[in-house]
Design a protein around this ligand. Sequence first.
Ligand SMILES: N[C@@H](CCC(=O)N[C@@H](CS)C(=O)NCC(=O)O)C(=O)O
Length: 203
Amino acid sequence: MADLTLSLAFPSRGLTVLWMLEELGEPYEIDVLDLSKGDHKAPEFLKKNPMGRVPVLRHGERFIWESVAICTYLADAFPDAGLGVPVSDPARGEYLQWIFFGPGTMEPAIIWKTTGDLDAEYQPFASVLDVASTLALALKDREYLVGDRFTTADVIVGAGVMWGTRMMPALPALPELESYWQRLEARPGWQRTSEIFQSHLNG
Ligand SMILES: N[C@@H](CCC(=O)N[C@@H](CS)C(=O)NCC(=O)O)C(=O)O
């Protein structure tokens, strides 16, 4: 058995972690849950994640949940893959900023735009326009979010761009976001992820 097992459902946020694992290049296995059958509420699964949600990663004997925490953890646990930014690197703060931007700012903005009340007097989340234009500015003269290389921040924010412009289209598809996603989706790691995703959706 591989040291890493990803429990996920198709479709789900597990896709982001699947992509991270494909970029990481470490051996892993997947354990596919059927949410319609309540696999994620079974007592055995609740021992792995008491929230009863996917994804969950097993690394050795430990279980980690929250997709973005899992990706950040993997980058730190396997530094040779070069997907993280070390604590001692001055760019670490910027790296964490974009990592937290994904679930903390971008995802709520997309979900709020899709399902929420935009006329609320008090705006609990940033607008999708602010999210998209801030990203466009950051990507204006560079290929990736941090420095000049692909990092976990691109997995997290890139997956958010993909969700927010394709699967749950709420983000303004600004040219900078489109070309960013085109660069990311051309990566062999995403291509393999997409094949796995499609094969499970069709199968
Ligand atoms: N913030 C969590 C969210 C986990 C989550 O809500 N996952 C959804 C699938 S994307 C789920 O398990 N839903 C279970 C359900 O619908 O009952 C993460 O990023 O891992």
